[in-house]
Design a protein around this ligand. Structure first.
Ligand code: TXA
Ligand code: MG
Length: 333
């Protein structure tokens, strides 16, 4: 298949392809999404095939107008409404009891459906023009880090989708927060830029799914059980106070070939093949993490030592992705 890589001024063309069952990659405020018509079973098949995604991992349905929600869900609790009013459009996906007409390939046979209203104007315009609701997982090959720049989308999906819209966005850099509001409780299944602390301001008894805290319990978000966000390089998280982290990694570099370092709040190393900085706060770390992991791979780095410090807020989302990309190889110093 030939993939058309276009700028947003050709968005109408991409929208009509989407409407007629094709696949279109588009930017959002979190990461790029691989979109298809969520009401068209063949289009949904194409999404799974393009990503190489297991069929038991359900998709998020994207809307661009709140009136579309009633076509997807069978009930909206008062707590869910509070979250919608505060955080939509934005990087929060909500899990509802599904409407009977939502096709089972979207939900992987569950009785719940994930819905998101992205804030990125290109995403909104594409969904609007396509006149449907759009299923869109992150636009990476299954298992690899989500793409936050168009070049990374092209690396993974060129030849596997109909259109790629090269647009601006992905300021956040990590996928949306996923919160389950399908029962009386509000449970965060995947941490993101809408943090637990922000949700608790509206719903004080909201909590993180235990699968996110305890490695041995089973996560409720099916996608969280797969190896995720993994670059080809082996990632080792080195966690603790800045000085101790630096000395530990510097010592390791003397015995390590083709090793790279992902620094947090800067720092220099001798003997590293590549040093990339994640930035000065957790928002920057989130923004840079996936694209830096891909850059290490492009430079043939075999092992990446990632500096990390435990923080709340956005730090919870960064920790979740970083730990997963390391296969939970974490050294506390
Ligand atoms: O930021 C994002 O959410 C991006 C952009 C493109 O919108 N999308 C994204 O989709 O990250 P994906 O498919 O890579 O991740 C969706 C996650 C998966 O872990 C999936 O298992 C979970 O949401 N999910 C979807 N439907 C669910 C459901 N009914 N119950 C529980 N988890 C669900
Ligand atoms: Mg994904």
């Amino acid at each position: 298949m030939t993939t058309k890589i276009i700028t947003p001024d050709r968005i109408e063309e991409a929208a009509s392809c989407l409407k007629s069952g094709g696949t279109v990659v588009f930017p959002t405020e979190t990461v790029y999404g691989l979109g298809g018509d969520a009401t068209n079973s063949l289009a949904v098949d194409k999404i799974y095939r393009a990503k190489g995604r297991p069929g038991d991992n359900p998709l998020i349905v994207h809307i661009s107008d709140i009136s579309q929600l009633s076509t997807l869900v069978s009930e909206i609790s008062p707590k869910a409404q509070l979250l919608i009013d505060r955080f939509w459009p934005g990087p929060l996906t909500l899990i509802f009891k599904k409407h009977p007409l939502v096709i089972s390939k979207i939900t992987a046979g569950r009785d719940t459906v994930a819905v998101r209203f992205p804030s990125n104007p290109i995403a909104q315009k594409l969904i609007n023009l396509s006149r449907t609701v759009v299923a869109a997982p992150s636009a990476n090959l299954s298992g690899s880090p989500s793409p936050t720049v168009c070049a990374d989308v092209i690396d993974d999906l060129n030849g596997r989708v109909d259109y790629i819209i090269d647009g601006t966005g992905c300021e956040i850099g990590l996928e949306s927060t996923v919160a389950d509001v399908s029962s009386g409780e509000t449970v965060i299944l995947r941490p993101g830029a809408v943090t637990l602390e922000m949700i608790k301001e509206l719903i004080p008894d909201a909590y993180l799914d235990s699968g996110l805290i305890d490695q041995d319990s089973i996560p409720k978000c099916p996608g969280q059980k797969y190896t995720h966000y993994s670059p080809k390089a082996k990632v080792i998280v080195v966690q603790g106070k800045k000085d101790a982290v630096h000395s530990f990694i510097q010592a390791k570099l003397t015995e390590c070939d083709l090793c790279g370092v992902l620094t947090y709040r800067g720092g220099s190393y001798t003997g590293a093949s590549l040093v990339l900085d994640a930035g000065d706060d957790m928002n920057s770390y989130a923004h840079n993490l996936f694209s830096h992991l891909r850059t290490f791979d492009k430079h043939g780095v075999h092992t990446v030592f990632a500096e990390f410090e435990v923080e709340e807020g956005m730090g919870t989302a960064v920790r979740n992705r970083l730990y997963k990309s390391s296969g939970h190889t974490i050294i506390e110093v």
